[in-house]
Design a protein around this ligand. Structure first.
Ligand code: HEM
Length: 63
């Protein structure tokens, strides 16, 4: 498959004004990690995704 290009909003534009708290942000990451584990995604890959998602916290929560 050819490389795909993201054409959606950036994270700040998508989430500004939603009043997403830090706890709500972490709850969503927990759900993502549960889904990865359920589908037998490797621990190393789970950790990589955790780091990527957690890095988006300033762009999603508290804005
Ligand atoms: C790392 C975490 C997150 C990522 C990567 C993410 C990513 C996205 C993306 C790509 C969109 C679509 C942007 C577009 O319309 O082009 C979106 C929309 C949205 N996100 Fe997030 N999101 C995250 C966390 C959250 C959290 C924690 C909440 C709420 C608790 C949330 C609520 C929403 C809502 C309500 C929309 C708009 C849906 C709509 O209007 O169609 N997101 N998000």
């Amino acid at each position: 498959m050819a490389p795909q290009t993201y054409t959606g909003k950036d994270m700040v534009a998508a989430h500004t004004g939603m009043n997403i708290s830090g706890d709500e942000f972490i709850a969503v990451i927990d759900d993502v990690l549960d889904a990865l584990a359920k589908h037998d995604v490797g621990k190393r890959e789970q950790d990589e995704i955790l780091v990527i998602l957690y890095g988006l916290k300033p762009e999603v929560a508290g804005i």
